[in-house]
Design a protein. Structure first.
Length: 309
């Protein structure tokens, strides 16, 4: 039987370091918010022939008054072009300009006939700045409301477990573990946003909410085994919790690895439009499994010991 609780200082120290680094990354670099939150337009295209250079694209679109134009090559043939919110006419004109890049000017007939086959538009999103701010505010409150609801639900579920730890403390411990998961996931995306220009959009918020549900479910599995073992255990509270973790950690690891393998497959073979969403889920599931075993239950034990002291 592995001493999860007895070695809690090691695991909580690892969590503390990761959370501290994540907070530093968030303060230093912040999150790279996409157009869903900042407003603007995003155009993703695939060049069916040779992809032009970034500078060629910028020159071709320079006189369309698109504002702060950003061109980002992705994969082998794709490009993501970001600019301020614009009209449909300029959107259509931008596609025409992209179709003309790389064509031989001497072969004007071929250029005209094949213009529509030179570029494939994959997506176009446009969001106003006021809508972006509203989405950011609603996303924040959605996460806060979910966390409060989780505390209340766990407190109600464990209402019959009053000794030696009050039921509401299980809810608080689970919420601390959830904050741990969210902060580390945000920290990783702050690093990815700074070095790899990875953006935060509404699918990321959906991934965070999904993560909260998955992680708290994993934590409740451990807490539920503690609740079952407490009335019949002849050990003290610390050893009862440790026994409960040993009885459930295999199930948690196996379930999480199955989910992570599926998510990794989507990251490798899936489209670029869902890659950020799936990456956030993958990181969150991994961190959430860790916190369910090494963070949530040790917090309950520390709280119980603190009450005794």
């Amino acid at each position: 039987m592995y001493p999860f609780i007895q070695t809690r200082k090691i695991w909580l120290s690892i969590s503390g370091v990761l959370v501290a680094l994540s907070i530093v990354a968030l303060f230093v670099w912040g999150l790279n918010f996409g157009i869903d939150f900042t407003g603007g337009s995003l155009l993703e295209v695939r060049f069916l022939g040779e992809r032009p250079a970034v500078n060629d694209v910028q020159v071709a679109l320079a006189d369309l008054d698109l504002g702060s134009l950003t061109v980002q090559p992705i994969d082998e043939k794709n490009m993501i072009i970001r600019f301020k919110e614009t009209s449909e006419d300029k959107h259509v004109e931008a596609i025409k300009r992209l179709n003309g890049i790389g064509k031989n000017e001497a072969d004007e007939k071929e250029k005209t006939e094949n213009a529509q086959n030179n570029v494939e538009e994959l997506r176009f999103d446009s969001v106003g700045p006021s809508i972006g701010q509203e989405l950011k505010s609603k996303s924040f409150w959605a996460i806060i409301i979910v966390l409060i609801a989780i505390v209340l639900f766990i407190a109600w579920t464990f209402s019959k477990v009053s000794k030696p730890v009050a039921s509401w403390k299980y809810g608080v411990a689970a919420t601390v573990a959830l904050f741990h998961d969210v902060i580390i996931t945000l920290g990783v995306f702050a690093v990815l946003g700074h070095f790899y220009n990875m953006e935060i959009n509404t699918p990321f918020v959906a991934a965070i909410l999904t993560l909260l549900g998955y992680s708290v479910n994993d934590t409740i599995v451990v807490f539920d085994r503690i609740r079952e073992n407490l009335p019949k255990s002849h050990e003290d509270f610390e050893n009862t919790v440790n026994t409960s973790i040993n009885q459930t950690w295999g199930r948690s690891i196996n379930t999480s690895m199955t989910v992570i393998l599926a998510l990794v497959a989507i990251i490798i073979f899936g489209g670029s439009t869902i890659r950020d969403f799936v990456l956030a889920l993958t990181i969150g599931v991994f961190v959430g499994t860790y916190s369910s075993i090494f963070v949530a239950s040790p917090i309950i034990v520390i709280w119980e010991k603190f009450k005794k002291d």
